[in-house]
Design a protein around this ligand. Structure first.
Ligand code: SAM
Length: 169
């Protein structure tokens, strides 16, 4: 079994998936977070998305048992093109997706605002290694989610990661 980076273990602990939840991941990459999330689901479901075909193949290839069981769907899409039913998602999260601090990501946050149930949490998380470590990134992310109407915005920092948790209006 491929290894799971510490930032991913930390991120999934922060998201704290519950067995029956409908969860969305943006930028699933190699599929390590999808693996940990699906291990916690029973009746729930994870929609793991990425705009890269390589990432979609890696996530699918890493988690065939969860796809087969109907717990995991992997979809190739850029977030701003994702079509989801209104109020259909209990939690959304991403790890090391730069989109939310290099721009205000208005179109992408509009997709999330529409899909998340009112009050549902959005976790925008980063590993503490590399260029995303630091207050500069979390301040920019917090500004973007507030501008998009998300509320109860909280910055989190830990040994293995940092990020912003906010809630859909
Ligand atoms: C640095 S990787 C992180 C992958 C994984 N979450 C991790 O922490 O190992 C960022 C991923 O986000 C995806 N991504 C970036 N912008 C995206 C967007 N606008 N919509 C969907 N996926 C995106 C990239 O294709 C890439 O797979």
């Amino acid at each position: 079994m491929p290894t799971v980076p510490d930032r991913i273990r930390w991120a999934v602990e922060a998201v704290d998936p519950q067995p029956g939840e409908q969860i969305l991941e943006i930028g699933c990459g190699p599929g390590a977070a999808a693996q940990l999330v699906c291990e916690r689901l029973t009746t729930g479901h994870l929609l793991a998305t990425d705009r890269s075909a390589v990432a979609v193949n890696r996530t699918t290839g890493r988690n065939p048992q969860h796809v087969k069981a109907g717990r995991l769907t992997v979809q190739r899409t850029a977030l701003d093109e994702l079509k989801l039913s209104e109020d259909s998602i209990d939690k959304a999260f991403c790890v090391n997706v730069n989109l939310f601090w290099i721009s205000h990501a208005e179109a992408e946050l509009a997709v999330l605002r529409q899909a998340l149930r009112s009050g549902a949490p959005l976790f925008i998380l980063y590993g503490s290694e590399g260029p995303t470590g630091g207050d500069r990134v979390t301040a920019l992310v917090a500004e973007a989610v507030k501008a998009a109407g998300f509320h109860t915005v909280r910055v989190v920092t830990a040994d293995h990661g940092l990020g912003v948790i906010s809630h859909a209006p």
